[in-house]
Design a protein around this ligand. Structure first.
Ligand code: ZN
Length: 350
């Protein structure tokens, strides 16, 4: 099948997008929690390629270049500004190589820019600095030939606007997703639905939310966004059991923790007991699709098996759907005639 554009795929149905490389590569041992810089593209390219591949085979229609945090400011903090450009280019090249491996339809490749953490809408100098950081990264995206750019996890509306403007200057389609902190409002006072409406009216192909929040505390805002926005809407929560009291994964307590954590919070390295199971995630994805969310995925903490549930809940078959769970031939819980029937009596005692 010839490769369709993002816009065409959105017209045809739901687009599934796998994110969360930061946590996944940290878990696999190739990235440091805390600084969270994606040097893996240069230091362990095979590990990054395999992770790209795992998410694509689990149902992602897009390989998102892992350049989250790979901006000039972060590189300055770790004293490695000289690797900024090679890192960005390499992350995109590896994504393109993997996208071509897709057996039925070549995956889309998206460039990625994100929250800079130095944006201050009151300070012209900081705004221009952020604009320059985005411009150089999008320039490399354009030269390397991405299909679109995903600007993500912005907690300032105005920062997202700068990102969108720079993407548009390069003539690329934009997916812009906001990260909503626990204040339930963006830091410059915009509601997330107002922000998304303005970004959509300004020409972003897709607008919505990603990261910080689990399905339970993101969904009410996705509903508001869907009500405000005429265009395509995205939802990519983290797969954790966030609550109204603790709406983001930054301050999620673990009542069962029996040791002293080396970090102030369970974020980012002790969130494991707070995971949703894959079926809860699938139930959310189904609900999101029914609500009219067009671009569905997961962010930090997602595993390929979880993403596959999202893809299947959205009605898609993943490359690796052949490995989706089937307990029919399990020695204790199966029902197949070929099983040793004696074992089935021990189910409750196992
Ligand atoms: Zn995330």
């Amino acid at each position: 099948m010839a490769k369709r554009s993002l816009e065409q795929r959105l017209k045809d149905g739901t687009v599934v997008a796998g994110e969360g490389y930061l946590f996944e590569l940290e878990r696999r041992g190739y990235l440091q929690a805390g600084t969270f810089v994606p040097e893996v593209a240069l230091e362990n390219p095979d590990a990054l390629k395999q992770t790209y591949r795992d998410f694509m085979n689990a149902g992602s229609d897009v390989v998102l270049a892992f350049t989250y945090n790979a901006h000039r400011e972060k590189m300055r903090i770790i004293g490695k500004e000289e690797v900024l450009e090679p890192l960005n280019r390499q992350a995109i090249r590896l994504a393109k190589e993997v996208a071509k491996e897709h057996p039925t339809e070549e995956a889309l490749v998206a460039g990625n820019i994100s929250n800079t953490n130095i944006f201050d809408p009151e300070d012209r100098e900081s705004v221009e600095k952020v604009r320059g950081m985005f411009a150089e990264m999008i320039g490399w995206c354009k030269e390397e030939g991405v299909d679109y750019v995903n600007g993500e996890t912005f907690y300032y509306h105005e920062e997202a606007v700068v990102a969108l403007e720079e993407i548009q200057k390069h003539g690329l389609p934009a997916v812009i997703t906001m990260g909503l902190m626990g204040e339930n409002i963006l830091r410059d006072g915009y509601t997330v639905e107002e922000s998304c409406r303005l970004l959509s009216e300004k020409g972003a192909l897709v607008v919505g939310m990603n990261c910080f929040r689990g399905p339970d505390t993101m969904q009410p805002y996705l509903e508001k966004i869907r009500g405000e926005v005429d265009g395509y809407v995205a939802g990519l929560p983290v797969p954790y059991r966030t609550t109204e009291e603790h709406p983001t994964f930054f301050n999620l307590p673990d009542g069962g923790c029996s040791c002293h954590l080396p970090t102030e919070t369970t974020f980012p390295t002790s969130l494991d007991p707070l995971y949703h199971n894959r079926y809860e995630i699938a139930a959310w994805a189904k609900e999101a699709k029914e609500l009219g969310i067009n671009y569905i995925g997961l962010c930090c903490g997602a595993s390929p098996a979880m993403l596959r549930e999202v893809a299947e809940a959205a009605g898609e078959e993943a490359v690796n759907s052949k490995y989706s769970p089937d307990m029919e031939k399990h020695f204790l819980f199966g029902k197949d005639d070929s099983l040793n029937q004696k074992n089935l009596n021990y189910r409750g005692k196992a």
